[in-house]
Design a protein around this ligand. Structure first.
Ligand SMILES: Nc1ncnc2c1ncn2[C@@H]1O[C@H](COP(=O)(O)OP(=O)(O)OP(=O)(O)O)[C@@H](O)[C@H]1O
Ligand SMILES: [Mg+2]
Length: 260
């Protein structure tokens, strides 16, 4: 798989200590450190994501999740350590970030190389159930529609790695469930690796092959989710995993559900 190599910002370009790009990894992060004003937010972090793996990233507010995602997206290169990611990657944020003066289909194609036509955007919009809004202005979209347009913009890049930073955070509960199902479907159809940042432990257990908890600048805990799909929150194993992850996040279950 094609990879970008973000070299360390420090001049010690020592290939011997660098991990070798491997087709067995969609993401390979080795000894990553990112500091702001001399304070390390990410501190010697290591992470591997397999091609096609769905990974959810949890952690308290301010622990560095978005910082890590921005680095993987190539939006922040002021780092120490090594980051290997596929060349084809796409990112969707909590806010859809659509340009209000461009119609939806033009937003979807924004920044794509070449001169792809409207049909390319229309196909991606159809995948997220939004073909009928192809020619609309962004301000006429509902919150859920705008989020789906943002997802179409990510998909049109045909990513091997899809980076999602709390993409459902601003949606109401029903729209959120639909959006989660959509991402699940798209992931199964496209087969790309996904790294989903979320605050929602249930969302993480519902969607991910593996859930990571970030703390102290590193991946402090990880849990493989072996439940078969489609998953349901009524499954007692689901409740057990949710409790375990909540405990790791420092949230204790109420006494009456602690043994559930
Ligand atoms: N450009 C920046 N300049 C200075 N500090 C920053 C910058 N970007 C992030 N930080 C700091 O780095 C820390 C981690 O921020 P980050 O946005 O990665 O957190 P997060 O885990 O995504 O939090 P949340 O769950 O609230 O979105 C915070 O303390 C934040 O203030
Ligand atoms: Mg964040």
């Amino acid at each position: 798989m094609a990879t970008d190599v973000h070299r360390p910002m420090t001049p010690t370009d020592a290939p011997a200590s660098h991990p070798v790009p491997s087709p067995a990894s969609a993401v390979r992060v080795h000894g990553l450190t990112r500091s702001f004003d001399g304070r390390p937010v990410i501190d010697d972090l290591h992470l591997d994501v397999r091609p096609g793996e769905f990974v959810a990233l949890l952690g308290r507010s301010g622990c560095g999740k978005s910082t890590l995602l921005r680095i993987l997206a190539g939006l922040d290169r002021d780092i120490e350590g090594t980051v290997l990611v596929p060349r084809r990657k796409a990112v969707a944020f909590q806010a859809p970030r659509l340009l209000p003066w461009k119609r939806v289909w033009r937003n979807v194609l924004l920044g794509l190389p070449g001169k792809p036509g409207r049909a390319v955007a229309e196909q991606a919009l159809a995948e997220v159930g939004l073909r009928h809004r192809t020619g609309a202005w962004p301000k006429t979209l509902s919150g859920g529609e705008a989020q789906r347009a943002s997802l179409a913009r990510a998909l049109v890049r045909e990513p091997d790695l899809l980076l999602l930073d709390e993409p459902f955070g601003a949606l109401d509960a029903l729209t959120r469930i639909k959006a989660q199902r959509l991402v699940d479907e798209l992931w199964q159809r496209r087969g790309c690796a996904v790294l989903l940042v979320t605050h929602d432990v249930e969302e993480a257990v519902l969607l991910a092959d593996r859930v990571l908890v970030m703390d102290g600048g590193v991946i402090a805990y990880e849990r493989r989710i072996d439940l078969e799909r489609p998953r349901g929150i009524a499954d007692p194993r689901f409740a057990g995993l949710r409790e375990e992850l909540l405990r790791r996040l420092g949230v204790e279950a109420p006494a009456e559900t602690a043994t559930a």
